[in-house]
Design a protein around this ligand. Structure first.
Ligand code: BGC
Length: 928
C-alpha cells in the first residue's frame, strides 16, 4: 500500500507580513513562514537557516547558520541590513523532528527607494471647486465655502487627467521598478497595459504629512526602444469629498503625480529614470467627473483607444498639453501592504419595478463597490445608477444615508457600439445593495449588471458553521462589513463618511484579526496614526487620517468641536497594537508603537491633572477630592458609550439630541476607565519588551487611578451613575471596582439586563466586553441568552430582519421595516464574532500568535455542533465539535508550532494526552 500522506512543506514565506513584497520599509525586516504537515502527527521544526542573496549584486549577504529553534514568526536576522532600493532572495532551510526530510524554499523581497529625484508633475487643469460645510451644524456655517444648491455637477467637478510620457530604453532591462505617488488617486499603464490591478492607489493616508509611494515590478512591461507610461489621475481622497463634513479639496484642488523608474541593466549597473515634466503630455479623458461621494460620469464617445500605447496619435493634438514641474516640499514614505482591488463579484439577483414605478436592481447583499454593466444602445443614450442600502417599508428605493454630497450616482453615456459595451467606474465606489436605474435602453435583465466588490485585498482567515444558521449569517454579515470597510483605511462605513474612525477600529480589532490577515494593513494605518499624533500635542484623533477640515477650530461652538481626543477612540493607539500582537505574535508591532503609546498615556495623565469636570466648582473640592480628580482623566468631552440604546430614545424625532446623550451622560466615566485600560496595556507592553521598571511604575500609577475611579464613581453598594449596563460592563472589564464590591456590580448589571427584557443596552465602547463580563462572572447562561436574543436591540434581530451586514445602530431598521437614516454597514457591533469564536466555537489564544491555544467548546450552550477554523500565523487551526446528549465528539487540527490545551466545561471530561501538538486529534467527551 502506498502512503498518500502529503509530505511536509513550507508555506507562506513572508517578509514584514507580506509575501514577496516590493518595498519593505524596514532595513531589518521580520521573516515568517509556516510548515504544513497535513496528515502528520507531532511534526515540529527543529531548526532553521536563512540565507539572503542580494539580487542586484548577485552575492550572498547573510547566513544565519543553522538555528536550533521552533520559531517561525517574527524572525529577525541579527546583523542583516537591507539596502534601500535593494532586491533580495531568501532561502529558508528547515529541519524537522522525527527524522523527516529537510525542507527548502525561496522567496524574494524588495526594499523601498532610497532617494527621490523625480519632480512633481502638474497637468494643466481647472482646479476642483472647494465646497461643503465647515461645521457639523449647518446653522453655524459661517465661511465662504460654496454650497451646491442648484449648481450642475459639471460646474462643480472637473474631469480626471490622463498623463502620457514617452521615453526610450537602449535595451530591455534585467529588472525595473516603477515608484509612483500622486496627489489624487491613480491608475498607471505601461505600453497600453495596466502595471497592476490596484485601485485607488496610492491609498489614503495623512497626505498633508507624507505621501505614500507605490512600488511595482514593471520588468515585463518594458521593451527596448520606445515605451509609454500612462497615468490616469482622479480626485480620490485628495481633492474629492470625504469624511463627516463631506467637504471637497481638503488636501488640494489640483491633481499631480511624481514617479521614477529604477532600472537594473543586464550588466548589473543601475539607473533611475525621471521624466522631464514638459515631455509629459496631458489631456482629459472620457470621464467628465469622478468623486468618491458623488460618483462618476463617463462619456464613452470621448474614448481614445490606445492613448498610452506607443505610436498613438491624438485625434485632437491640441487637447494634449505639456505638464509643468512644481516644487513641492513634501515627505514621502513607501506604501506597504495590500492594495485596494476588486475582491469579489456579486451577480444581480432581481430586476423589477418598485410600487412607485422605479426600475430597481437588487444584488442581495449590502456591499462596497460599484456596478459593472453591459449594454447595447444608441450613441449618446444616458444611463444613471443611484445606489442605496435599503428599501422603504413599501418596497420603494430609499436613501438611508443622506447629507452633504452623498449622491452616490454614476452616469454613463453610450458610445453606441454594435455588439454592446461594458462599463465600470474607475475612481469611485458606493455602499449599496439596491440600484435605481434610469435611462436604460431596452429591457434590463439581471445578467446585464454585476456588483464588483472592492476593498483592500486581505486574505480571509476564518470560517464558522454551526447548528444555528443565524449565527452563521451573523458571522458572514460581519465579514461583509469588514470587507466593505477595510478599504484603504479601516472606515466606519462605505457610503456616508468613509472615514478612518479610530474607535470603530479598536472595538473591532480582535474580530478583524480573526476574520482576515490585517497585519500589514493595520501596520500601515498605525504608522499614519503615529505621524498624525506626532503632529499634535500627543493626543490622537477620532479619525485617522484626520481630514484637515476637522482639525483647527472645527466644530467651534458645538459639542463635536469639543471632542478632540475621544476616549475609546484615541485609545486605539494602545489597544490596536496590543490586539495585533496577541493575534500575530510579532513583537515588532509593540516596538513600533511603544513611543506613541507612552506619549498617549502621558497626554491622558496631563489632561487628568489639568482639567476637571465642568460640574465641579474648584473651590468646593476637599483636598482628597482634588487629589482624586487630578488623577482622573475625566474633564473633557468624548463620544462616550456611543449609540447605547437607552441614550438614543427619541432619535426619530430629535436625532441631534439623542445622539449627543451618550457624550453627555457617559464621558466622565468612560474616559478615566479607558485611561486605566491604556495604562494597563502599556504596562504589559513595557513588560513584554523587557522594560520592567517602566511596567512596575505604570502598574502603581494605574492602581492609584483605579482607586480614585472607585472612590469617585462606584458607590459602596456597587451602584454607578449613569446606571447603565455599559458602565458596569466597562468597570468590570477594566477591573475598576474593589474586589469587595465587584459582586454587587455584577448583580446590578444582571438586574439591568433582565429589566431590559434580557436585552443589551450597550453602545460602542462597552459592547465588546458585555458577554465576557457576564461569562467570567458566573452568568454564562445570560451571555448565551443575549447572543441568541432576537428582539430589538440584539444581534440576531438584525439577522432575522434580513440584514446582510452589521448595522451602525441597533435601531437602524424597525420591526415594521422602516429604515432610519443610518448606515447599514458599520462593523463595530460585529465585534461579538471574537467572542463567538473564543467561547462558542472554542478557539482562544493563550499566548501571542496562537503559539498556545485553549480549545474550549461551549458544550453547555444552545449549539449542538460547530465547525470553525482560523488561519493562525502557524497555519490552520480547526475545531469541530458536535454534542449529542451527554456525549460529544471534538476534532482539533493543530498546525506545526502551536500547542493546544482542551478545556471542557465543568462536568465534562475527555481522555487525551495534553497538550496536543501538531496533527489531527479526535476526542470523545462525556458528561460525568
Ligand atoms: C461614525 C462612527 C464614529 C462616530 C464617532 C459616526 O458618524 O459613523 O462610526 O465612530 O461618528 O462618534
Amino acid at each position: 500500500m502506498t502512503d498518500t500522506t502529503p509530505a511536509p512543506r513550507l508555506h507562506r514565506l513572508t517578509v514584514d507580513h507580506l509575501e514577496a513584497p516590493h518595498a519593505v520599509t524596514r532595513t531589518a525586516p521580520r521573516f515568517a513562514w509556516q510548515v504544513r504537515a497535513d496528515g502528520g502527527a507531532g511534526v515540529a521544526q527543529a531548526s532553521f537557516r536563512i540565507r539572503v542573496v542580494d539580487l542586484v549584486e548577485g552575492l550572498e549577504v547573510h547566513d544565519t547558520g543553522q538555528v536550533e529553534s521552533s520559531q517561525s514568526v517574527g524572525v529577525a536576522l541579527d546583523g542583516f541590513e537591507a539596502r534601500p532600493g535593494g532586491r533580495y532572495e531568501w532561502t529558508l532551510d528547515v529541519q524537522l523532528n522525527q527524522g523527516l526530510a529537510p525542507l527548502t524554499a525561496t522567496a524574494r523581497f524588495g526594499v523601498a527607494h532610497r532617494d527621490w529625484s523625480a519632480p512633481w508633475i502638474e497637468p494643466q487643469q481647472q482646479p476642483v471647486v472647494a465646497e461643503g460645510p465647515t461645521n457639523p451644524r449647518p446653522d453655524l456655517v459661517v465661511d465662504a465655502v460654496k454650497t451646491v444648491e442648484g449648481v450642475p455637477l459639471s460646474d462643480r467637478l472637473h474631469p480626471p487627467r490622463r498623463l502620457r510620457h514617452e521615453f526610450t530604453l537602449a535595451a530591455a532591462p534585467r529588472h525595473a521598478t516603477l515608484r509612483l505617488t500622486s496627489q489624487g488617486v491613480h491608475q498607471a499603464s505601461l505600453n497600453g497595459q495596466r502595471v497592476d490591478d490596484a485601485l485607488f492607489a496610492p491609498g489614503y493616508e495623512s497626505y498633508e504629512l507624507s505621501m505614500p509611494v507605490v512600488s511595482t515590478d514593471v520588468t515585463a512591461l518594458l521593451a527596448e526602444g520606445d515605451n509609454v507610461l500612462g497615468v490616469e489621475l482622479a480626485d480620490g481622497w485628495w481633492a474629492g469629498r470625504i469624511s463627516f463634513l463631506g467637504r471637497s479639496a481638503q488636501y488640494g484642488d489640483i491633481l499631480r503625480a511624481s514617479w521614477q523608474i529604477e532600472i537594473e541593466h543586464e550588466d548589473g549597473t543601475t539607473e533611475t529614470l525621471v521624466p522631464e515634466p514638459s515631455d509629459v503630455l496631458s489631456s482629459r479623458g472620457p470621464i467628465d467627473w469622478s468623486d468618491i461621494f458623488i460618483g462618476e460620469r463617463r462619456d464613452a464617445r470621448l474614448e481614445e483607444a490606445d492613448w498610452c500605447a506607443v505610436g498613438f496619435t491624438p485625434s485632437d493634438s491640441e487637447a494634449w498639453t505639456p505638464c509643468a514641474a512644481v516644487p513641492m516640499d513634501i515627505a514621502l514614505h513607501p506604501f506597504q501592504g495590500q492594495p485596494v482591488r476588486r475582491t469579489l463579484e456579486v451577480p444581480a439577483e432581481r430586476v423589477w419595478n418598485a410600487p412607485n414605478g422605479d426600475l430597481l436592481v437588487d444584488f442581495g447583499q449590502v456591499l462596497a463597490g460599484r456596478v459593472r454593466l453591459t449594454v447595447t444602445g444608441p450613441r449618446g443614450a444616458e444611463i444613471r445608477l443611484e445606489h442605496s442600502e435599503a428599501l422603504d417599508p413599501d418596497g420603494n428605493f430609499f436613501l438611508n444615508v443622506t447629507g452633504f454630497a452623498k449622491d452616490q450616482a454614476d452616469e454613463y453615456v453610450l458610445a453606441g457600439r454594435e455588439g454592446g459595451e461594458t462599463w465600470e467606474p474607475d475612481f469611485t465606489f458606493h455602499g449599496f445593495r439596491y440600484v435605481r436605474v434610469t435611462g436604460w435602453p431596452g429591457e434590463l435583465r439581471p445578467q446585464d449588471m454585476t456588483a464588483v466588490v472592492i476593498g483592500s485585498d486581505l486574505p480571509v482567515t476564518a470560517d464558522l458553521h454551526t447548528s444555528d444558521p443565524r449565527l452563521d449569517r451573523l458571522f458572514l454579515n460581519t465579514l461583509w462589513s469588514q470587507r466593505s470597510n477595510f478599504l484603504a483605511v479601516p472606515t466606519d462605513c462605505p457610503q456616508r463618511e468613509r472615514a478612518g474612525y479610530t474607535g470603530d477600529l479598536q472595538i473591532f480589532a480582535d474580530t478583524a484579526s480573526t476574520l482576515m490577515d490585517v497585519q500589514a494593513f493595520l501596520d500601515r494605518w498605525l504608522a499614519d496614526l503615529r505621524r498624525d499624533q506626532a503632529n499634535r500635542d500627543g493626543g490622537v484623533s477620532a479619525i485617522v487620517p484626520e481630514p484637515p477640515a476637522m482639525g483647527g477650530d472645527f466644530g467651534a461652538g458645538t459639542i463635536f468641536g469639543e471632542i478632540r481626543t475621544p476616549a475609546g477612540w484615541a485609545d486605539a493607539v494602545t489597544i490596536a497594537p496590543w490586539s495585533l500582537y496577541q493575534h500575530y505574535g510579532d513583537r515588532q508591532i509593540l516596538e513600533d508603537n511603544l513611543d506613541a503609546m507612552r506619549t498617549w498615556v502621558a497626554f491622558q495623565t496631563r489632561q487628568a491633572a489639568e482639567i476637571n469636570p465642568a460640574r465641579l466648582e474648584a473651590g468646593e473640592l476637599s483636598p482628597e477630592q482634588a487629589a482624586r480628580h487630578a488623577l482622573l482623566w475625566n474633564g473633557s468631552l468624548h463620544f462616550g458609550d456611543w449609540l447605547a440604546p437607552s441614550t438614543m430614545v427619541g432619535f426619530d424625532e430629535m436625532p441631534g439630541d439623542a445622539i449627543l446623550r451618550a457624550p453627555q451622560w457617559t464621558s466622565e466615566i468612560v474616559a478615566p476607565a479607558f485611561q486605566v485600560h491604556s495604562m494597563d496595556i502599556l504596562a504589559n507592553v513595557e513588560q513584554e519588551l523587557g522594560n520592567r521598571e517602566e511596567a512596575e511604575a505604570l502598574r502603581e500609577r494605574a492602581a492609584a487611578v483605579r482607586a480614585a475611579f472607585a472612590a469617585e464613581y462606584i458607590g459602596a453598594d456597587g451602584e454607578m451613575r449613569p446606571d447603565l449596563q455599559g458602565m458596569y460592563v466597562i468597570a468590570l472589564a477594566f477591573d475598576l471596582a474593589p474586589q469587595a464590591v465587584r459582586p454587587r456590580l455584577v448583580e446590578r448589571l444582571v438586574d439591568l439586563v433582565h429589566a431590559a427584557g434580557d436585552r443589551l443596552d450597550t453602545g460602542f465602547l462597552s459592547v465588546p466586553f458585555l458577554l465576557d463580563v457576564l461569562w467570567d462572572n458566573g452568568h454564562q447562561d445570560l451571555a448565551r441568552t443575549l447572543l441568541t436574543q432576537n428582539q430589538q436591540p440584539s444581534w440576531l434581530y438584525e439577522v432575522e430582519q434580513g440584514a446582510t451586514t452589521v448595522w451602525e445602530s441597533w435601531y437602524a431598521v424597525h420591526p415594521d421595516g422602516a429604515v432610519e437614516e443610518m448606515s447599514l454597514n458599520h462593523y463595530a457591533f460585529g465585534c461579538v464574532i471574537d467572542w463567538i469564536m473564543r467561547r462558542q466555537a472554542g478557539i482562544e489564544p493563550t499566548s501571542p500568535g496562537y503559539r498556545t491555544v485553549r480549545v474550549a467548546p461551549d458544550l453547555e450552550g444552545p449549539l449542538s455542533h460547530s465547525a470553525a477554523h482560523l488561519d493562525t500565523p502557524y497555519g490552520r487551526l480547526a475545531v469541530t465539535w458536535s454534542r449529542d446528549g451527554d456525549t460529544a465528539q471534538i476534532h482539533v487540527d493543530v498546525p506545526v508550532g502551536s500547542e493546544v490545551t482542551v478545556d471542557l466545561p465543568a462536568g465534562w471530561s475527555a481522555p487525551s494526552d495534553l497538550p496536543l501538538g501538531q496533527g489531527t486529534h479526535a476526542l470523545a467527551a462525556t458528561r460525568i
